[in-house]
Each structure stands twice: as C-alpha cells, then as structure tokens.
Design a binder for this molecule. Structure first.
Ligand code: ZN
Length: 408
C-alpha cells in the first residue's frame, strides 16, 4: 500500500550536487521507509495542485535545549560574560523538573515547527533533567549531560567523581542516544575529560564539546592548560578526539590544530548565526574544506538566536558567500551546498547517514512539505535562495514527517 506524496522535490546528494524533480513524487512504504523518489513529468498533470516543495527534514547537530528561553539575548556580550550573565542562571533552573518538562516540550515543538527532526543536543549538569529531556524527545537525536567540574558557578558545579558517575549511568541507560559532553575545556578538569573519553569509548557513544570559539576563551584555556600546545591539543591529550567526536565552532584553529582534527577524524559543528551574534569570528570554511574535515551546520541556540536551519543557511550564504546574495560563484558555497550542510551532512556527522538526511530507498521517510511556489524553469539554487532569504521561517513548514509519521 504505502503512500505517495507529490510536489517539487529537492534531494541533496553532496556539496555540489542535488536531484531536482519539478513534478516529483515520494513513495513511502507502510513501515515509514522511502520506497522511491522521482519525476512524473507530463503524467503529473491533472492530479496535482502544485505550490508545494518536498525536502528532507533538517538536521541541527549542535543546540542547547536549556538555553531555549534566552536565545538571542546578549546585551552586546561576547562568549565568557554572556555565559555568566545569561546562561549559567538559566541552566541552573533545570534543577527543577517542572521547568525542564515545560521548556523541553516547547523546545521540541519549536524544532518540529521549523522542520528540524534530527538534532545533537546539549543538556545541563543535572541527571534527572537530562533523563527527562531524552525521554520527552519526539524527534531523532542524541543529547548529553554536560560535565562541569571546574571553574563553574556554585549552583552549576559538581565533583569530578559525581560528574563521571552520572555520565556513565546515562551511557548505560540510553546507549548512544546519550552523548558524552565535556562542556568546554575551561569548565572541565583534565581528569574528567580523560575519564569522559574512556566512558565514551567503553559504551561506543558520541562526544560533543566546544572548541576555539572566542579569543578570550582561547587565552583562558592557555592559562589553564599551560602544557598543551594549543586548545585542540588539550582535547587530543585527553583522548577526546575521534570519528565520533563533534566540536562546535573551531573558528580560530591554526593549521596544526586542523591537522589534528583531520588525523583523528573529528567533525565540526559550524554555527554561523551564533558566531555572528557573539562576535566570535568567521570559521575558516575554505581551509576546513581543504583539510577535508567533515562539518555540518548548526544553530547553537541560545547563542544562535533562531531554531530555524533556514536562518542558519541564510547566514552561511551571507558570511561565506560570493557577494551575489549567495548565488553560486564560489566553489564551496552555494544555496545547494547550504541545503546539503543542513540535512545530509548533519545526518552523516551525527551517525545517522544511513537513516536520514536525503531521499534514498530504504531510509526513514523524514521529510518536510513546504508551502512555496516553484516556478517552471527555476533552478535548485534559486529555489533554495527563496527559502533562505525570502520566506517566513515560522510558517513555511506545512507538514513535517518523521519515519512517515506526521508530527505537526
Ligand atoms: Zn554551543
């Protein structure tokens, strides 16, 4: 039986290539798997109203659930004062499970509304809060308890032992749905980072952390870990880097650090809206592509002011683009590449590449029906640019399907 969905269809293949079906169909089987995707051509006339675009659901590989309510709140701060003024007080609220339940439900609803159906998420230090956040998750994703056993405010501090015990319990309970999450080097002792890496390897879990986001942060890391060659070396020495490790930002990494990321197989979460908001700098995109380090796009809410991946794609095109409103004239940046980095690339980085991210027979039917008119003869770059630069992010996602099941 199954079900057929009709519309124009964009299907990302890689950074440069995309399939486009003007009169497309997407066949989903009874198990919520993709059966076929293609074009009906002239046979389409008669049974199709048009004005709909089907794309794979978005993947956001780095976002902070507990920061949802303070997203976009900065007062001109850069990273470190912003953490102190806005983030620590907000995350401390997650000691209250009532607050966690409320914010988690609203956060997930908002992700679905904006078409993000797969995510890599940061929690807080609190064990029961993290359990609640994972148990309530209606989308595909991984989420981690943050480790903060050093240089942290009193109401967000834990002993090294406590922190590691909780981390291990969560890995045991949730398997690789739980991500081992040393927050960033300044909030972790070297011992906790080393042991966290061991726990991740023991349970075959992913690792997520922040790296080289802001110049004051980098100077602080240098002061805290004087024996390390550089920021990346702190994580390298702790054993945290590897193919299942995702580092957020990597804005100021030098060649030696990029070489270390490359040789360990580490992946990068690129968060252009967050980097812009906190004035952190611009990730050296062309260099990272030249080194061959896999990366994908992410909101980094709450430093990223919006949960919409379309907003992140817009910023990606503006920041790295060619000066022609993001339309293709650079080998690495185009609207087609932006869609790839917001879908398939993210799925691959998060370990879901065989499951989601684009339309391939056998993959989970994770897709969005967007309310946008595709004019005959329009090219994928032009259609995607309309989505990023001209659409209303809050209303464009008409329907969102995860495994063939409608979530909105
Ligand atoms: Zn972050």
């Amino acid at each position: 039986m199954g079900k057929r969905y009709r519309g124009a269809i964009l299907n990302p293949i890689n950074r440069n290539d995309i399939e486009f079906f003007q009169s497309g169909f997407l066949d989903v089987d009874d198990n919520g798997r993709i059966e076929a995707v293609g074009d009906l051509g002239d046979a389409a006339e008669g049974d199709f109203e048009g004005n709909l675009l089907i794309i794979p659901a978005f993947v956001d590989i780095h976002t902070h659930l507990p920061q949802f309510d303070v997203r976009g709140t900065f007062s001109g701060n850069e990273l470190l004062p912003w953490l102190k003024d806005y983030i620590w007080p907000e995350e401390a609220k997650c000691a209250d499970l009532g607050h966690v339940k409320d914010i988690a439900e609203r956060f997930y609803r908002d992700l679905i509304k904006h078409g993000t159906l797969t995510a890599g998420i940061y929690g807080t230090i609190h064990e029961s809060a993290v359990c609640e956040m994972i148990d309530l998750m209606p989308i595909r994703g991984r989420l981690g308890k943050v480790i903060m056993d050093a240089n942290s405010p009193e109401n967000l501090s834990e002993t090294t032992e406590e922190s590691l015990e909780i981390t291990e319990r969560l890995c045991k309970k949730y398997g690789d749905k739980h991500v081992v999450t040393p927050r960033f080097a300044p909030s972790c002792s070297f011992e906790s980072m080393k042991k966290a890496a061991e726990i991740a390897h023991k349970y075959d879990c992913f690792i997520q952390t922040h790296l080289s986001e802001n110049k004051d942060e980098i100077a602080w890391v240098k002061e805290l870990f004087p024996d390390a060659k550089n920021y990346t070396d702190v994580y390298y020495k702790a054993g945290l880097l590897g193919p299942k490790t995702i580092v957020g930002h990597a804005v100021h990494c030098d060649d030696d650090e990029l070489e270390t990321l490359k040789k360990t197989g580490t992946k990068i979460a690129h968060c252009p809206t967050s980097n812009e908001a906190l004035k952190s700098g611009t990730m050296p995109l062309d260099k990272i592509i030249k080194f061959g380090i896999p990366f994908a796009l992410a909101t980094d809410v709450g430093a990223g002011p919006k949960t919409s991946m379309l907003d992140v794609m817009r910023c990606f095109l503006n920041v790295h683009g060619s000066g022609h409103n993001g339309l293709r004239n650079s080998p690495n940046v185009s609207p087609v590449s932006a869609l790839y980095y917001a879908t398939l690339a993210g799925a691959e980085v998060l370990g879901y590449g065989d499951e989601t991210g684009n339309f391939k027979k056998g993959k989970s039917a994770d897709f969005l029906v967007l309310d946008i008119k595709v004019v005959s003869g329009e090219k994928p770059d032009e259609i995607i640019r309309k989505l990023t630069h001209e659409s209303d992010y809050d209303s464009i996602v008409k329907e969102a399907y995860l495994g063939g099941r409608k979530l909105n």
